[in-house]
Design a protein around this ligand. Sequence first.
Ligand SMILES: [Zn+2]
Length: 321
Amino acid sequence: MKHRLLPILVCPDCKKSLSLETVSEVQGECIEGTLSCHTCQSRYPIRKGVPRFVQMDEYVDTFSFEWNRFHDVQIDILNATDRSEKTFQGQTGWTPSDLAGKRVLDVGIGAGRFAEVASRWGGEVVGVDLSFAVDAAYGNVGKRENVHIVQADLFRLPFAERTFDAMYSLGVLHHTPDTKKAFDAVVPYLRPGGEFAVFLYAYGHYSYFSDLWRKVTTRVPFKIIYYLTSLSIPLYYPYKLPFVGLALRLLFPMSQHPDPRWRWLDTFDWYTPKYQHKHTWPEVYGWYLEKGFENIRLNQETIEQSLLHINMVGTKTGNRL
Ligand SMILES: [Zn+2]
C-alpha cells in the first residue's frame, strides 16, 4: 500500500480517517501493517501489500481461484496484445484523455485487466475486489506508481462519498447477491460530473441451457469444474463443425475465444460464480435515471445485441464540490 492512498481511505464502518502503522516496507510501500480507526477502534490488516477490509472472500471464492490461476491471461502487457484495451475502450467509450490525471475507481478489479489499461492511460486507479483476486492484481499492476489495490466489499467501501472522478464496473455487479443494490451502493463514491460505466449480462435464449447446467456446476466443488472446463480447449474444433457444432454450442455453451487459455478461463467464469444475474437494458437505464445520471449512453452493440450484454455509461448530475 502506497502512503498516498491513506488520505482517501476511511473506516468503512464509521467513515472516519485511519492511521497507518507499518511493520514492513519495500520501496516506500507498506507490505505488512495495520490501519486503525480511532473512532470505532476497528483495525484492518495490510497483508502482502494490500489493505484488507474483509476477512473472507464470502460468495466469490471461485473468483479468488480463477484470477490467481489465470492471473496473466487477459493482461495486455504480459501478452503483447491490445485485446483488453480494445474491450475497455468499447465498454466505456473512453479514450486516454478522459482518464489522464483523474482518480478512477475499478469496482471488481479481478486480476487487473482493465486497471492495467486505465493506469497506462494516466488515471490514478484504485481497484477494489472482495476476492483474493487482489493478490493477482497486485502482482500484475500493484507496483505501478498510480495503482492502488484494496480488498473490500463494494457494499462497504472504505472511501468517503464523491471521492472518484470516474468509475467503472465491467462484468462484476451481476455477480453480487443483488445487482441493483450493488449499483446503488457504489454510485455515491462518484463525484458530480463524473462518469460511471457498467457492463452486465442480459437475458436471452443463448443462456437457456447454460442456466440449467449452472444449477449443477455451481453446486459441485469448483476444482472439478476447473478440470471439466479444460475440455473447452480441444472442443473448440468440433464446435466449429456445421450442424453438430451448432447443436453443441446450444446444448453445452462454452467460450469460442480463439486463445485456448482465455477460452478455458471464460468457460470456467461462466459456469462457477454463485450469482450470475441477467438484466435488460431499459432496466439498467432506469437505475441510471433514478440515481440522477444524465447523458446516459448505450453503445450500439447493446441495442443490436441486447440479448447478450448491456453496456452503459452515464454522467452524474449535481453540484460539484
Ligand atoms: Zn471506525
